[in-house]
Design a protein around this ligand. Structure first.
Ligand code: MTE
Length: 318
């Protein structure tokens, strides 16, 4: 298996072009899938040899510094567990993630429900180091483990009428205290959507791991979307349903505050949020004295997606 330490990765490789070229493929057998795993055993595990070889030093300077694993797993947005940044790390362990199935429905020739193990069988997992830019103007650089969204959608054969994809998070108030809260104004479950051509773009992935390990619950275990050229709220966590549609689906933040959060949500330094500028961002690690403010880049620096939006007014379609 071709695995390099994070310190061997050149800063330029954070750009996706280079990631394509140096894509580290993990063989199918790099996932130990314990069929019929007993109680208390995770049905899904990354092998010990993989973890040892990876030897990540979180926060190691690699040009654009990788965010430390402790930052990325303790400062989170996952409103199902509360609105404070520390709530997900504190309470997300209350969510059961094994077993897990995802239902794929709508405009597909072969609708169905698929278990996580079956989903990953035959799929090569890759590591992708991506910037994550939150609409709140903080950002991180995170090494995800996952696979292109298109690989899963194609298994269900989208019909010619499929134009959009709707994603839905688990709705289980008994295990998600934010969903039980009287103060929550969100109409659960959390919903997100993409145009089908956006979902099919090679940069859009489903992540099942980060920092060489399975995804922690607070980061959206066992499977979440990662769309690096869009604001973080598009990267929906703990997905249980995928529906292909003819019409543009709803998305939670747009439902809540349509003048502030759009459907497209492409990172764009020229279109400010009504209440703050989007021209710059605080890149982790940040402190009060050293906010580490850097300029925000169009499409979060992933210029190769620009052709998806040619002819569109991105101030109108924010
Ligand atoms: N998905 C669900 N289901 N619920 C959420 O509250 N928050 C979003 C997104 N996905 C959210 C979600 C927002 S606003 C961001 S910035 C990212 O998750 C944060 O991902 P992270 O906590 O892994 O950094």
């Amino acid at each position: 298996m071709l695995i390099r330490r994070a310190s061997d990765i050149k800063p330029s490789e954070i750009t996706p072009e280079h990631i394509y070229r140096s894509r580290r493929h993990f063989m199918r057998d790099s996932l130990a899938v314990a069929a019929g795993a007993g109680a208390g055993t995770s049905a899904l595990a990354l092998p010990g040899s993989w973890l040892e070889a990876r030897d990540v030093k979180p926060g190691e300077p690699i040009g654009e510094q990788m965010t430390s694993e402790s930052n990325a797993t303790s400062y989170n947005n996952f409103y199902e567990f509360g609105t404070d940044k520390t709530d997900p790390a504190e309470y997300a362990h209350e969510m059961t993630v094994d077993p897990w199935t995802v239902e794929v429905s709508g405009e597909v020739e072969k609708p169905g429900r698929i278990g996580l193990e079956d989903m990953l069988a035959g799929i090569d997992l890759e590591e992708r180091i991506y910037r994550l830019r939150c609409v709140e103007a903080w950002s991180m650089v995170i090494p995800w483990i996952g696979f292109p969204v298109k690989k899963l959608l194609d298994k269900f054969k989208p019909t010619a009428d499929a134009k959009y994809v709707e994603f839905k998070t688990l709705h289980r108030p008994s295990e998600m205290r934010g969903q039980r809260s009287f103060f929550s104004s969100i109409d659960w479950p959390y919903l997100e959507g993409l145009r089908l051509d956006e979902a099919n773009h090679p940069l859009a992935i489903f992540a099942v791991g980060m920092y060489g390990k399975l995804l922690p619950n607070q980061n959206g275990a066992p499977i979440r979307l990662v769309v690096p050229w869009k604001y973080g709220f598009k990267s929906i966590k703990s997905i249980v349903s995928i529906r292909l549609t003819r019409r543009q689906p709803r998305n939670t933040w747009n439902d809540l505050q349509p003048s502030e959060y759009g459907f497209y949500a492409n990172v764009n330094p020229e279109v400010d949020h009504p209440r703050w500028s989007q021209a710059s961002e605080r890149r982790f690690p940040t402190t009060l004295l050293r906010p580490n403010r850097i300029p925000t880049r169009m499409f979060n620096g992933y210029d190769e997606v620009a052709s998806l939006y040619s002819g569109m007014d991105l101030a109108e379609h924010y």
